[in-house]
Ligand binder design. Sequence first.
Ligand SMILES: [Zn+2]
Length: 942
Amino acid sequence: MSRFFIELAERWQRRWREAKVFEPEPSPGTSKFFVTAAYPYPNGAIHIGHGRTYLIADVLARFNRHMGRFSLFPMGFHYTGTPILTIAEVIAAGDKTVMEEYMEIYGVPEGEIRKMGDPLYLARYFHQQSKRAMERFGLGIDWTREFTTIDPEYQRFIQWQFEKLRKKGLVVRGRHPVGWCPRHSMPVGAHDTKDDKEPDIGQWTLIYFADGEGLTFPTATLRPETAPGVTNLWINPDADYVVAELNGRRMVVSRDAAFRLSFQDEVKVLREARGREFVGRWVQNPVTGEWVEIYEARFVDPKVGTGVVMSVPAHAPYDYAALRDMGLERLIPLIKVEGYGEYPAKEVVERMGVKSQTDPALEEATKEVYSAEYSRGVMREDVADLVARHLPEPARSMVRAVFRMFFAGRPVKEAREFISKWLVESGLGGVMYDIMNKPVYCRCGTEIVVKVLEDQWFLNYGDPKWKEAARRLIEEMAMVPSDAKAHFLATVDWLDKRACARTRGLGTPLTWSPGWVVESLSDSTIYMAFYTVIKKIRRFGLKPEQLTEEFWDFVLLGVGDVGEVAKKTGVSPEALKAIREEFEYWYPLDSRNSGKDLIPNHLTFFIFNHVAIFPREKWPRQIVANGWVLREGEKMSKSKRNVLPLDRAVEMYGPDPLRATLAIAAEVEQDLDFRDAETRRNAQQLMAIYTLVQRIAQTAEDRAPSWLDLWLASEVAQILERVKEAYQRVRVRQAAVDVLYNAKSAFDQYLSMVERPSKLAVEAAKAWVIAMEPIAPHLAEELWAVLGGGGFAASAPWPSLKADPAALLAKRYVDMLIEDVKKIPAFGPGTRKVAVYVNRRFEWAKAALSGDIRAAIQAGAPPQAAKRLVDLLKSLGEEVRSLVASVEKFDELEALTSYKPYLEKTLGASVELYDAEDASAPDLGGKKKAALPLKPGIYLSS
Ligand SMILES: [Zn+2]
């Protein structure tokens, strides 16, 4: 069956291309819709996860085209930086696993894979393969605006952007911690890591415990405020440690910590040692002056912090449990927390029944104590008396006075900040950065560390004014799903300086700093604007060197005099004006679409950079962030070899069944589980639609519309109204369910009721086909042609089919009658004849709708009938009630007459219809007077 859909698609793709259906030119006066989806890194072929995001963008573009807007959906390719480079390097190094993955998953021939050690070759290869997949998938992309991020015009554009940011003081150089690949010697962000994991950079406070013989043991802690409560230190006896020169001291740290610290400070390793060498040594607490012993503990992880840990049993459940195992219990209380006694750690450990230091419940206990103390804890007033016991007067009193002022009696948050600063300033401690969500691996497989860069270029996302403007845009813009806003706001809060340039990889050089190239998450923030201008830049044959700051200022910001800019750049005023017009027409961007994984990085940077560069009226209007795509319930990953490339999926199922499945299997923000069986089911459904529409087109007759014909048109009109609303709200699944399944059911039912379809059914089918076009565009074009629609379905205006409430009411009424007949106990296979007595006083029913018996009596209903009628109307569903309200005249007898063949077929008996007020009609079983409007009297005979 996939062959059928592929051939059909190829035919229409060719015609779209020939007719340039998706290559809009600006048309001032006509409204527009501009949508973009995140362009891919061509470091592999795009898969069905990309396909889902692009499909949603395509559906929006196609729907808006039906709404009479000029729709633009362009695409480019992101060659920049390490995502491409790292893969090429790995292949160049002959990595068997990666090469096999590429051959098996992406079908790369062996001869080609060897050439992919060249990053440019690799990028060009997958660029072409992905582009072909997008075309075959039926995306209505305007390829005349295609570009790559290493095109010279693009580089000019990015250079302009960075000059702008620099002049606004948003690009800064300085000392800052970044995620770092030791092998590549390069900053690493989310798109450089395996599984796109954003490295979480945190900070330890180091506290220097000295042994009096020239060695310092720097403990690493996140809770420096507990330093006055230290009873001992922990060291792992089996782990590797070193003695190293660091910050002018001879320090003992784990060998792993020395390696990590070497990216942040000068570290000179003097000798290696095992942890056990230091067990039993006494060291002095620099805060209290107290001497404490170093104990051994195998739970100390040399990969975390310095590998030297302070023990605070009153407030740390692990410490308490470990000391209890050793038969030691010395508790120094520091923090008061409502709901806990003096020793929260002990209390929680005992309450949870923790057995020993290896009990997994300690994790939970630690979380509870830490969070309670951090959010509600207050330092005890007497902690100041613990401090500086070793200092002579007056130093002791001076230090204690400072602690009384800023530490004792203060909330834990404040006390922590104070003591951390005090330790660093007084030289008794320091700071160490670390990856808090470790391990995070570079794409090359190396575990990343934190490096403090001295002369790195940063985008200063920490700038408060910049953050404020970003928040304003987030508040203003539409988001699908709407709860993504909170996620964006949280990201804006924590974002700080971000390294924006690298010294390797493809991309755009910084103009003012030779040797630096703008990295990939920084050169992809406002490129949607570039789509609007590149077509005419090429058409007018502009050279890259003409694309100066004045050029971009004029076309993107409207700054400068066209004559002067023309003189300076050598670009004609006509070209400048035409390019400016194009930008003015398409911008702002109406919808930005991507996977939800890009919220904390790309999409937030997109917001930041738009507010920095463009005036408010050019800020983007909407973000759509879709969920993941799983395959048969599992995450797709190269190592599992279950990644489904888009071109292979098209080959397996055909583009329309694939599109239908990616649209229908989950609502936009949910994760979608792609299943083979479901895709085949959708293919069958599309095939059934194809057959059904063919039948309507071939058998339709020209006749005055019957109640049934009117019903079909009304039912379809109603469904399409829902579909329109769903498209507008980016409820793509809802739209697909209605248009592919519910509308199909209505047609099925219609065909089962009529001998032959009417021309009105053809009109309803045309309307239906337009509504399904965004989801199954190739099938829609084929059916549009079959139905005799002119031009392309893709360009047809949204149908103006109107629902006739009387026709809808007639069908609901007939269905109710059938239900009523079937509910009569005497009804069965033996029933030969059904006599139906119709009360034609519809105005009584309308009056009874108010629930007021008197109103029905006033309308003419006899008192007894009025009471029954009010009860009847109350028992009807909301839909029927609103139909009754909106219909003025409704002749039940006429409606039933037209449905008579259907009634007889459904009931398997002959049906006689009588007007209950017709004196000449026989009164079988006295049912004449039982008839109420909307509730006929029924008499069965066998
Ligand atoms: Zn690396």
